[in-house]
Design a protein around this ligand. Structure first.
Ligand SMILES: NC(=O)C1=CN([C@@H]2O[C@H](COP(=O)(O)OP(=O)(O)OC[C@H]3O[C@@H](n4cnc5c(N)ncnc54)[C@H](OP(=O)(O)O)[C@@H]3O)[C@@H](O)[C@H]2O)C=CC1
Ligand SMILES: O=C1OC[C@@H](O)[C@H](O)[C@H]1O
Length: 393
């Protein structure tokens, strides 16, 4: 008879910034609040590259169990035998080195987006995961939302006919006087040393929708590597502040347009008055996903022969009332738990090969736009004791 007790995945959290807080609070919610009963999560340890006290403060901040261990280095975290999986929540610049540190130690890894700064780095991480026979996934949380799964199923079932075009935007209006944007130059959003820029931070979600709707659904035997045409406006730090990419699949007669900007917003008034952030267009209709592209809560299906009828589907993020929390990152955590439980090394929702192709597209777009990141963060040579793994700023 099948066991009824849920599988427990034990997490180590690498870094103590904003998204680490959001994600770890989600891990601590009761899975039953989202009607999940087959897996659960434990936060075993948190590491800060700055100081052990910072990790201890984080544990208090998120109201984790008192037994949660605090480490003052990433090395200690990856050496902890109680940890099953490491969540890498550092800036883009650090992902390759930090994820490699964890994989090399034989840990399963969930690494924040954008997976790396270069495609070569992504390929090396995948090679290491394969060599160590561990699970590895890019934390594009939106992919694991029930909304995304429903939209992919609709597309695969032919609900809007042949899908030919997707237009997706994730842009924030952070325009500021004197040609500036409303981030300090040192902020990771625009800091070239941290691999900042609109594309790696936000545009990756526009590409996620282009890829979910046009590439992911292509049968394996006819998967087509896209052609890329990009236009980039650079900020004075050297990072991209506005990037538009055409992703072309000529064999499939399809095209995606992925947009991102730090000057104008997708949602001009914060009330979705401007309409859908994502339009997926097929021969028989359209699916409109209401933004933001990273955390969409509603989609609409409009059929060509629907006589003006619009079907609207709401997909709210469930909240654990006892903890007064529910952000939506628990869906990707549940996916990790199921994959590790089942011995899978990659997720079918975002396979390694797809993360790599998306990195290739972003790399090519930035190349066309003349954005160059410093050598120390584009290197694909693993330096376990280098500055990016030891917290030397
Ligand atoms: N999925 C999502 O919705 C979101 C994902 N992200 C992604 O998460 C990652 C982190 O973003 P976010 O949490 O906003 O960033 P923060 O700046 O808030 O946190 C980054 C953390 O990384 C660690 N770190 C190590 N070295 C450095 C360094 N040189 N400079 C700055 N921080 C360093 C620090 O933790 P410590 O000192 O403890 O080691 C720091 O707190 C990015 O990849 C981003 O794209 C961000 C926001 C939303
Ligand atoms: O991943 C993200 O999604 C939400 C944004 O606010 C954030 O900048 C980005 O990193």
């Amino acid at each position: 008879m099948a066991s009824t007790s849920p599988y427990t995945l034990k997490w180590g959290i690498m870094a103590t910034g904003w998204i680490a807080e959001m994600f770890t609070k989600d891990l601590l919610t009761n899975p039953a609040a989202r009607d999940v009963h087959d897996v659960r999560h434990e936060v075993v340890a948190v590491a800060s590259s700055s100081a052990k006290e910072r990790a201890a403060d984080f544990i208090k901040l998120i109201d984790a169990p008192a037994s949660t261990k605090a480490y003052g280095s990433y090395h200690e975290l990856v050496a902890d035998p109680d940890v099953d999986i490491i969540y890498v929540a550092t800036p883009h610049s650090h992902h390759f080195q930090n994820a490699m540190l964890a994989l090399d130690a034989g840990k399963n890894v969930l690494c924040e987006k954008a997976l790396t700064v270069t495609a070569s780095q992504a390929r090396k991480l995948v090679d290491k995961a394969r060599e160590k026979n561990v699970f590895f996934m890019e934390a594009v949380w939106t992919r694991y939302f029930p909304l995304s799964i429903q939209v992919r199923q609709l597309l695969q079932s032919g609900a809007i006919g042949n899908v030919y075009r997707t237009i997706a935007d994730l842009s924030f209006n952070r325009d500021a006087p004197e040609g500036k944007v409303d981030f300090d130059d040192s902020h990771r959003m625009i800091n070239i040393d941290l691999a900042g820029g609109a594309l790696l931070d936000l545009g990756i979600y526009s590409l996620t929708w282009v890829f979910q709707s046009l590439y992911h659904v292509q049968p394996e035997e006819v998967k087509e590597t896209p052609k890329v045409v990009a236009a980039v406006n650079k900020y004075h730090t050297g990072a991209d502040e506005m990037t538009s990419i055409i992703v072309q699949f000529p064999e499939h007669k399809s095209m995606g347009i992925a947009l991102t900007s730090l000057r104008v917003g997708t949602d001009v008034d914060g009330l979705n008055s401007a309409g859908a952030a994502i339009r997926i267009q097929g021969s028989g209709g359209e699916i409109h996903v209401m933004g933001p592209a990273y955390r969409p809560l509603q989609y609409k299906v409009i059929k060509k022969d629907g006589g003006g009828k619009i079907e609207t589907f709401d997909c709210p993020i469930p909240k654990d009332e006892a903890r007064d929390w529910g952000h939506g990152m628990f869906y990707e955590a549940d996916e990790c738990a199921r994959c590790v439980r089942d011995g899978k090394k990659e997720s079918a929702s975002l396979p390694w090969s797809e993360s790599i192709v998306i990195m290739e597209v972003m790399e090519e777009a930035l190349r066309q736009g003349g954005v160059t990141y410093p050598d120390r963060i584009t290197s694909d040579v693993f330096e376990p004791h280098g500055a990016l793994n030891t917290g030397k700023r």
